[in-house]
Design a protein. Structure first.
Length: 301
């Protein structure tokens, strides 16, 4: 049986028969409204977005790769992109789910998202059961996010991003304060995390000093003392995406951020990101967005 892959949040909407008018990078839903009939069992799928689930009253279990985690009331858990997963809901009386992309996190929450919140790289994320008073603090936050999500405002993403960063800080404070991603998981998991950290480092240099040349698979393999084919195989098997896919997606995310938040010209951004010619950058950007860099900038001012 072919594995279902949700590359975008809209893929999730379509699978749930939910209406969607445009592509989005952030959603929040009241779970009983989505899964009104329980018990419910999902198909096995791979998702390229983050999910944060807040269960005030309900129970069930979820599977990440080969690990199964039961959950019940006053529980919080999240899943990150790339893993093969499924879930079962036994009952759901009061619960919310937030789904968001890495692009949203970078553009509206924190540009160095994995540096500030390394627990987002966690390989296995067991549910966190909370005392009622502690859970209530999170309930205030996610219900405010739900309220703002329903509004139409030119500042909507910024408001959602600022509220969500508070939510992440509270999660970090309560559960993941001393988490080190490189200490968790087996050899392949550590390779994935080391690769993501290198990716972050490279693009941090890009946004400050600029890159003399764009990194390729071979460069990451050299940094990790691995054969490039082996690195690509590990990354593809663990995340569902090739090294080049990761590089392209990160390049596009940084390019969008620079176009929206700086006055650098398209030519300057091209050289910062290691493109040898501005035309190569324009071609790359239009391939992935159907817009030229300048058109994208004008539409986001």
């Amino acid at each position: 049986m072919e594995l279902i892959v949700h590359h975008k949040i809209s893929d999730l909407y379509k699978s749930l028969n939910l209406p969607i008018e445009q592509e989005m990078d952030f959603t929040i839903h009241f779970l009983p409204a989505i899964h009104s009939k329980t018990p419910f069992k999902s198909p096995v799928f791979r998702a390229d977005y983050f999910s944060f689930v807040f269960i005030k009253e309900g129970s069930g279990k979820y599977t990440i790769d080969d690990k199964i985690f039961p959950f019940d009331s006053q529980t919080i858990y999240f899943t990150n992109p790339g893993h093969i997963k499924s879930f079962e809901i036994e009952n759901s009386k009061d619960a919310y789910i937030i789904t968001l992309t890495e692009s949203f996190l970078r553009e509206n929450v924190h540009p160095d998202i994995f540096g500030e919140f390394p627990f987002l790289l966690a390989e296995t994320v067991p549910p966190k059961k909370m005392l009622q008073n502690d859970f209530s603090e999170f309930e205030i936050l996610y219900k405010q996010i739900f309220k703002e999500f329903k509004k139409q405002s030119e500042y909507k993403n910024k408001i959602l991003g600022n509220l969500f960063v508070v939510l992440l800080l509270k999660i970090k404070e309560n559960f993941w304060l001393s988490y080190n991603p490189l200490e968790e998981g087996g050899r392949n998991s550590q390779i994935v995390k080391s690769f993501k950290i290198l990716l972050e480092r490279e693009f941090k240099i890009a946004t400050s000093k600029g890159l003399t040349i764009a990194f390729q698979v071979q460069d990451y393999a050299n940094e990790l003392n691995l054969h490039p084919n082996y690195l690509n195989s590990v990354i593809k098997s663990k995340t569902g995406r090739t090294v080049n896919d990761w590089i392209s997606k990160r390049t596009l995310s940084v390019a969008k951020s620079l176009l929206k938040n700086t006055t650098y010209s398209s030519k300057e951004i091209a050289y910062k990101l290691g493109f040898s010619e501005p035309t190569h950058f324009s071609r790359f950007f239009k391939k992935h967005t159907q817009l030229s860099p300048n058109t994208f900038r004008k539409s986001n001012q």
